[in-house]
Design a protein around this ligand. Sequence first.
Ligand code: C5P
Length: 229
Amino acid sequence: MKCNQIIVALDVANFEDAVKLVQLLPDVTFWKVGLELFIAAGPEILSYLKRENKSIFLDLKLNDIPNTMAGACRSALKYEVDLITLHVSSGRAALEASLKSIKQSAKPPKLLGVTVLTSLSSQDLSISQDISDYVLSLALLAKEVGLAGSICSPLELNKLRHSCGQDFLLICPGIRPSWSDAGDQKRTLTPSDALARGANYLVIGRPITGAVDPVSAWSKLVEELEYNL
Ligand code: C5P
């Protein structure tokens, strides 16, 4: 069973809808709180998930000057979240300051570097460089600085695993079961293929939370994983 490697994105507009989903899907052990919900519901949602004994991925994709990034990470400590995202493009000094700010904590969250959003292509960024080379250079910077891992598209897993080593966490959004719509995600893979290529965790949102019946979408996903792995 690979269920604990699935992080479900709690991308809803308010606290009440978030609680409904968490209660509807009791077998989901790891939830991701992103900008939409955090701005709407505030840190209360983190306290709620903690009380429910869930693991928490705080995905605010921090990107600011070193002092502000460090302060944000330090402020997050009191919610005892498990994972926090920072944009690698915020630069070496900001990443180092963030790491330093949580060093004294007894149970610090793992800091993960966002490389290139999985909704983007080279054209969107107006770059001639192959996007996977750009992703790799950002992931290597994250590793060099000492971040625990990186967020990447499942299509970049082979390349990143090869260059960043086995201990570097690779967490993939842009996951689409064969029965779901791609939506705005452009660089996608199915859950079982992404795990087979070495992803440590998968982030899945709309295929479950946007399904007409989230409970059966979750069961279908779990069945698919059990069958294929
Ligand atoms: O609904 P969907 O499965 O596309 O959700 C993907 C989630 O992963 C969203 O919450 C999105 O913010 C997040 N994400 C992403 N690409 C990244 C980092 C995070 O899609 N590079």
